[in-house]
Design a protein around this ligand. Structure first.
Ligand code: NAP
Length: 242
C-alpha cells in the first residue's frame, strides 16, 4: 500500500513511517524539510498524488489562538490535494476528550480538524489519543519557577508515543472507520502525581505543588481526558520512565 505520511518527520510520524515500511508498505514521510508544506500547499499535490492512504500527523507550531487557523488551512489544503489524486483514506490523530474542553484553543482546533475531515468527500479515520508520555517534560516546563513546579490534579491517562504509532499504523492500513477510535495508556494518574514521579525518576529535586489554577490543564474539569473504554495500550508510565 502507498501511504503518504504528512508530518512524517515528527515524534509520531517518524515512528509510523518506520512501522509501515517494516510491514512491507511504501510509506513516504513529508514535511517542510522534504519540500511539502500543508499551509502554503507547496508540494502537497505531488506528495499525495500516488498515495492510496494519507496519514496527517502534522502539528501546529503553537498551542494558542493561532492553532485553529493551522488545522483549518492544512485540512482544507490536504482535502483539495487528496481529491485530485486517488486517495481512498485519510487518517488524522486527535485527542481523547478534545470536544469536552472548548476553553482550550488547541483542543478546539483539533475538533475543528476532525469536523473538516468528517464533512469532506474522502473516507476517513480519526484516532484520538490521550496525552503522550513524551509530552510530560513540556508540561513541567510551562509552570516551572525556581525550585517548584505547579500542577493541577487533573486526571491523565498517558500513552507512550510508540503505542500511538502502532495504533495509527494499524488504522492506516485497515478499512476507513468513518468515525473515531480512542486509544489510551493503561493507567490513570493525577497530573501533579505524574509530575512528582517524573522529577523523582530523573533525580530532579524540584517540588511539585498541587495548584488547581496552574497551567493549561487547569481548564480541564473532571476526568474528560481519560477513557477506560478506549483501546488500552500496553506501556506503563513507570516502565517508560525507566
Ligand atoms: N501531544 C499529545 O499529547 C497529543 C495527544 C494526542 C494527539 N496529538 C496530535 O498528534 C499529532 C502529532 O504530534 P507530534 O507530537 O508527533 O508532532 P511533532 O513531533 O511536533 O511533529 C509535527 C510534524 O509536523 C510537521 N509540520 C509542521 N508544520 C508543517 C507544515 N506547515 N507543513 C507540513 N508539515 C509540517 C513537522 O515537520 P518538521 O519536523 O519539519 O518541523 C513534523 O514532521 C498532532 O496533530 C497532535 O495534535 C498530540
Amino acid at each position: 500500500m502507498k501511504i503518504a505520511v504528512l508530518g512524517g518527520t515528527g515524534l509520531i510520524g517518524s515512528q509510523v513511517v518506520k512501522k509501515l515500511n517494516a510491514a512491507g508498505h511504501e510509506a513516504v514521510p513529508h514535511s517542510p524539510s522534504t519540500g511539502v508544506d500543508v499551509i502554503s500547499g507547496q508540494g502537497l499535490d505531488d506528495a499525495v498524488a500516488a498515495a492510496d492512504v494519507v496519514v496527517n500527523l502534522t502539528n501546529s507550531p503553537t498551542f494558542d489562538e493561532a492553532s485553529p487557523a493551522f488545522f483549518q488551512t492544512s485540512m482544507d489544503n490536504l482535502l483539495a490535494s487528496a481529491r485530485n489524486g486517488a486517495v481512498g483514506h485519510v487518517v488524522i490523530l486527535s485527542i481523547v476528550g478534545a470536544d469536552r474542553v472548548p476553553e482550550l484553543d488547541y483542543y478546539r482546533a483539533k475538533v475543528l480538524q476532525e469536523k473538516i475531515l468528517a464533512a469532506g468527500p474522502i473516507p476517513y479515520s480519526i484516532v484520538r489519543a490521550t496525552q503522550f508520555m513524551e509530552f510530560m517534560d513540556a508540561v513541567l516546563s510551562w509552570t516551572a519557577d525556581g525550585d517548584t513546579v505547579r500542577l493541577p490534579a487533573t486526571p491523565i491517562q498517558p500513552i507512550a508515543s510508540r503505542d500511538v504509532a502502532n495504533a495509527v499504523a494499524e488504522v492506516a492500513v485497515g478499512a476507513p472507520l468513518n468515525g473515531i477510535r480512542n486509544i489510551a495508556g493503561p493507567e490513570i494518574f493525577s497530573l501533579d502525581e505524574l509530575g512528582r514521579m517524573t522529577l523523582s525518576r530523573k533525580g530532579d529535586s524540584r517540588t511539585v505543588i498541587t495548584d488547581p489554577a496552574a497551567g493549561m490543564f487547569a481548564l480541564v474539569k473532571g476526568d474528560v481526558l481519560t477513557d477506560t473504554h478506549a483501546h488500552l495500550a500496553p506501556t506503563r508510565y513507570a516502565d517508560w520512565l525507566a
